[in-house]
Design a protein around this ligand. Structure first.
Ligand code: KQY
Length: 374
């Protein structure tokens, strides 16, 4: 089945983005390899990504896009996991949340994909690498592989910059979406309008800031997410001397005064942050200091957060950091989502590259779901 490029918008066609906890057909990932982001030839990151893929595969199929150069290596790592498929996709790095499509669905359960313009988190004004031309083709290739029709959006956006509740509300951060290195020609109102047109939402909730030193310009998917309609999980610290405190307090104060698209007051659940966590000298020395514009140095604060997890079919895959807060965060999420089995996977190697489990994954909703379950 071919993938057609559409000239309309999802909203005009009756499509909207489902909540992440709605049923998935599969989850997509990209195999990590660039040695100026992933230390020691990306070997440790490859193991970490494999562990994430295996954890997700306990709940649903996984497809991993791999460059031609790494195809055999990835296939050998994952040969014994029939729920994990390897396909060849060229890329500039391994952040499927941001380079993959955002899927939308209509009332009949038909699925389409949005292919956002990607500029490596800021282009030549603070972006994280150049070029990013292969990353900008990833969403299109995923949709072609699946035979899913595509909307090419006229806006620069990464999937990690948005969360939705599936009932009309979108959550984002001003620091990222209003940053002059993304869409400087658009006003806040025009960006909201684009979100309505592409994601079929009705209301945008704007947190001012995200996680301190998050090199994505503070994506929402590292600081807060919907855990249910009307309920937001927020990264939190009680340490008022930590710069994260002001970010989290501002988010809490804002959300406490907001209602969602259905008119419900937002209920906020606090989720402790780990650490603070910092890059060690050994970790920094393992990264090749070549192309990436973000140098890795001993003492860099890492943007660690347990918010950066993925809902799967019946499960949640979340990071652990060998930190006292690991078990606390897991218990909070498990108690809020009793119908999901929460699995923790080591997240530090992924964090060293600048993100975590949500950033390296993209869920594809099941198609014709309503007719199949009717
Ligand atoms: O967290 C993400 N969504 C992407 C992080 C990119 C980091 C590149 N070094």
């Amino acid at each position: 089945m071919a993938s057609v490029t559409l000239s309309s918008t999802p909203q005009a066609d009756g499509f909207s983005m489902p909540a992440e906890w709605q049923p998935h057909k599969q989850t997509w990932m990209i195999w990590p390899e660039r040695t100026d982001n992933w230390r020691l030839g990306a070997k440790l990151a490859q193991n970490a990504f494999c562990n994430v893929a295996k954890a997700i595969a306990e709940f649903e199929p996984v497809t991993i896009g791999v460059s031609a150069r790494q195809y055999e290596n990835a296939a050998a790592h994952l040969a014994e996991y029939p729920a994990i498929r390897i396909v060849e996709i060229s890329n500039n790095d391994a952040w499927m949340r941001d380079t993959g499509p955002t899927f939308v669905r209509n009332a009949a359960g038909k699925v389409r994909g949005i292919d956002w313009v990607f500029n490596a988190w800021g282009g030549l004004q603070g972006g994280l690498y150049f070029p990013w031309d292969q990353d900008d083709l990833v969403a299109r290739k995923v949709l072609q592989i699946e035979g899913i029709d595509r909307y090419r959006a006229d806006i620069i956006l990464e999937g990690g910059a948005i969360h939705v509740d599936g009932e009309g509300t979108l959550l984002t951060t001003e620091y990222c979406l209003l940053n002059s290195n993304r869409n400087p020609e658009l006003t806040k109102e025009q960006i909201e309008e684009r979100m309505r047109e592409y994601l079929g939402i009705e209301k945008v909730l704007w947190l001012p800031r995200g996680i301190v030193d998050d090199e994505t310009d503070e994506h929402i998917d590292n600081v807060a997410c919907f855990i249910a309609p009307g309920e937001v999980l927020l990264a939190w610290t009680d340490d008022s001397s930590d710069p994260q405190y002001a970010h989290s307090v501002a988010a809490l104060e804002y959300l406490s005064q907001q209602t969602d698209a259905q008119g419900r007051p937002i209920k906020v659940h606090k989720l402790p942050v780990p650490g603070p966590l910092y890059m060690t000298a050994e970790e920094a020395a393992g990264v090749d200091p070549i192309d990436a514009t973000q140098p890795r140095r001993e003492g860099n604060r890492l943007a660690g957060s347990y918010i950066n997890f993925l809902f799967c079919n019946g499960g949640i895959v979340m990071p652990a950091f060998d930190d006292p807060m690991d078990s606390v965060a897991k218990e909070i999420i498990q108690s809020l989502c009793p119908d999901h089995r929460v699995i923790q996977v080591p997240g530090r190697e992924i964090l060293l590259g600048g993100g975590n489990i949500h950033c390296i994954t993209q869920q594809q909703p099941i198609d014709n779901w309503l007719s199949k379950t009717a």
